[in-house]
Design a protein around this ligand. Structure first.
Ligand SMILES: *Cc1c(COP(=O)(O)O)cnc(C)c1O
Length: 425
């Protein structure tokens, strides 16, 4: 065993880790190693207390909680949007907390997708998340356009990653809008958003990104890169809780644009309660809200985002890369004989926050991991995603996961389970 394979080495890395103290802020369960924070982040004490404060505001103030109390509800979506903006390189007014990825995508497509003349197509990739594709197809249908002809999905050579050059080559003069993930949800590939945006704009094409797997783990410069719009969820790396309210970004060059899907929360705040039948929409990203915000599903974000502000997204990215590098190194040294392959891009600028292991017995290996105190993430048919999280995972956690996997494989413990996925996987 090399020095780097010893538990002492893992402990040394933890000792040198400037973010290690954040772990105490989270509810970690004893004898359980959580590697699924890219699907549902864990609860922090701060998120819990900001939610309880909002509940108390309701208890104490009733309807006056909209304008009084600890965090007045009428301004909460803007406040959290502003707290999120430093994570994505946006200005406060470009960011709003609202909806979910899918509803926000509908809003962005309704606002930005304007097929005209020959420019009618939407460009996406063939490995993208299903909900994004459903939203695009339904928007095309609403325009009376057939998804078969008008949705172009860039192919992958290896079934895992998409080449930026292939995406750029597909940007022809029939493309009206491009929607891409920042990080591919299976392989963890991080796309070069800056280069793709420049190429799209050179061809006069609107481009938006789905930041589900990058917000809270990868820094962004959405404003400076000139990205037209972006959407994200907050229950993954941002730890807002199940169904936590998502967010969207609209570049300030577009602010003032009429929301495709309007509602009274699209209003300028000063006139919303005039109850006019003519919408006077906000000139910030607030305009792309629709109805009353889901206060208790966004209140946890206030506490959670304080932790991100304290730690800083650059330090979070550094630790995340270092944790996943360590996980890949240990995998290569100890798990290769058992038939695992690393399916994520390995270079730092090309990967997000999780690693992707492929194995033909992945479903039952994941079940064995759960039974042995590790929470992984399975994606059918053969992918195990593991995400050590900068704010609450340790190098010792990573070391332990590898020990447990080694034990499961060498003692064939996975054979106790069927190789089929559960309902949620
Ligand atoms: C998690 C995820 C979603 C989920 O969308 P919701 O509307 O929040 O349920 C969509 N797209 C991507 C890429 C995701 O990773």
């Amino acid at each position: 065993m090399s020095l780097s394979q010893s538990i002492q080495y893992a402990k040394e890395l933890d000792d040198q880790d400037p973010l290690s103290h954040f772990r105490e802020e989270f509810y970690l369960q004893p004898n359980n190693i959580y590697m699924d924070g890219n699907s549902l982040g864990l609860l922090s004490k701060k998120a819990e207390s900001s939610l309880l404060q909002s509940l108390n505001d309701w208890k104490v103030n009733g309807i006056d909680g909209w304008t009084k109390g600890n965090e007045p509800w009428f301004y909460m979506a803007e406040k959290i949007g502003s707290m999120t903006s430093s994570l994505i390189g946006a200005r406060s007014e470009e960011t709003i907390t609202t909806g979910s990825i899918t509803t926000n995508l509908h809003q962005m497509l309704s606002t930005f997708y304007k097929p005209e003349g020959r420019k009618t197509k939407i460009l996406a990739d063939s490995l993208t998340f299903p909900s994004d594709v459903y939203a695009i197809k339904s928007q095309l249908s609403l325009h009376g356009l057939s998804p078969e002809l008008h949705l172009i999905q860039v192919k992958s050579d290896d079934g895992r990653t998409i080449k930026e050059a292939d995406i750029i080559a597909a940007m022809d003069d029939e493309v009206a809008l491009i929607l891409l993930p920042s990080v591919l949800y299976r392989s963890g590939q991080l796309l070069d958003m800056k280069a793709l945006t420049k190429a799209a704009h050179d061809k006069n094409i609107i481009i938006g990104f789905d930041l589900a797997h990058s917000i809270g783990v990868v820094p962004h410069e959405l404003h400076d890169w000139g990205i037209d719009f972006a959407v994200w969820c907050t229950y993954k790396y941002l730890n807002s809780g199940p169904g936590g309210v998502g967010g969207l970004f609209v570049h300030d060059k577009h602010l003032g644009k009429r929301p495709g899907l309007a509602g009274w929360f699209s209003s300028k705040k000063e006139v919303q309660f005039d109850m006019s039948h003519d919408l006077d929409h906000a000139t910030s990203a607030s305009a792309y809200q629709i109805g009353t915000p889901h206060i208790f599903s966004m209140a946890p974000l206030i506490g959670s985002l304080e932790l991100f502000q304290q730690a800083g997204i650059d330090a979070i990215r550094r630790k995340s890369l270092s944790l996943t590098r360590y996980l890949m190194d240990l995998t290569k040294e100890t798990l290769q004989p058992f038939g695992f392959s690393i399916a994520n891009p390995t270079k730092d600028p090309q990967r997000g926050g999780h690693i992707c292991l492929e194995h033909s017995e992945a479903a039952r290996i994941c079940k064995a991991l759960k039974a042995n105190g590790v929470v992984p993430d399975f994606r059918s048919p053969n992918v195990i995603r593991l995400a050590p999280i900068a704010l609450y995972s340790s190098y010792e956690d990573v070391w332990n996961v590898i020990q447990i996997l080694q034990d499961i494989m060498s003692n064939q413990k996975y054979k106790d389970y069927s190789n089929e996925r559960n309902v949620i996987a």
